[in-house]
Ligand binder design. Structure first.
Ligand SMILES: Nc1ncnc2c1ncn2[C@@H]1O[C@H](COP(=O)(O)OP(=O)(O)OP(=O)(O)O)[C@@H](O)[C@H]1O
Length: 249
């Protein structure tokens, strides 16, 4: 897949809640097959950005173009947004990854059962099939959610803080899956706070602080000057500001 093909394109996008912008002046592309980290201080708009790409949040202004149908996006929200009290077994949670192909009532064929078993094995959860998800540890739950992503088989994968409060072994195992997706030329975008991990694993980074601060190759983006600028921009942000109509430079 050509690195020049765009998977996601932002045209002067503003995303927000009500009329309050959370992210604005977003203009640029995420190339197909790229592995991009989204970093920035708390409240910088990282989760908002992913919601805009998934389509659960419509832009207040501008346009987000996807080079794939919305069913071609697999999205892992922050752990806090996932309701684990829902009475669901690990097997059923993971098998939900097949819905985009089988449909809600399509039933699971024998071949699909093998695929669910393989996904569970790939994340080290063989033997957990019948466990209610409410009984899983945080790390086991994250493994199950990655197994579901595996089955979704999507060309674009969005991960919101996938390794927060996850131990080193689980993080290493799940990072291997991220690398595998990248090797398979999928487009992966992950919101992360661990800058050492970003430098080690993610070739491209978008640093945001309510608007892009820097976007490009990770070593240049994560300069001390850019990180300081991002922190200051978030601190200086006026939470009551309305949509701003700055013209594009
Ligand atoms: N549902 C909502 N309604 C109103 N405001 C919201 C909503 N969700 C987020 N915000 C606000 O939008 C801004 C950006 O939030 P967002 O969650 O995107 O930041 P973030 O960079 O992901 O932060 P963190 O690193 O803390 O997860 C914040 O000021 C937040 O309070």
């Amino acid at each position: 897949m050509s690195a020049q093909t765009s998977a996601i394109r932002f045209d002067e996008v503003t995303l927000g809640y009500g009329r309050r912008p959370a992210v604005h002046h977003l203009d640029g592309t995420i190339p197909a097959g790229s592995l991009t980290a989204v970093v920035g201080p708390n409240g910088a708009g990282k989760s908002t950005l992913l919601k805009g790409i998934v389509g659960t949040l419509k832009p207040l202004e501008g346009h987000i173009g996807l080079n794939a149908p919305s069913s071609g996006i697999a999205y892992l929200p922050q752990a806090a947004e996932i309701d684990r009290s829902f009475p669901l077994s690990v097997y059923d949670l993971v098998a939900m990854g097949l819905w985009s192909r089988s449909g809600l009532f399509g039933g699971i064929a024998r071949r699909d059962r093998t695929r669910v078993d393989e996904a569970l094995s790939a994340v080290g959860l063989t033997g957990f099939e019948r466990r209610p998800i409410s009984t899983l540890s945080g790390g086991q739950m994250q493994r199950a959610l990655f197994a579901r992503l595996l089955l979704q088989d999507a060309p674009v994968i969005l991960l919101d803080e996938p390794f927060t409060a996850i131990d080193a072994k689980t993080t290493a195992d799940l990072l291997d899956l991220v690398r595998r997706w990248h090797d398979e030329s999928r487009t992966v975008v992950a919101v992360l706070h661990d800058l050492d991990m970003v430098k080690r694993v993610f070739p491209h980074t978008l640093l945001i602080a309510r608007e892009p601060v820097a976007w490009g190759r990770t070593p240049e983006v994560l300069s001390p000057e850019n990180l300081l600028k991002a922190r200051r921009m978030v601190e200086a942000h006026d939470p009551h500001a309305d949509v701003c109509h700055r013209s594009v430079a």
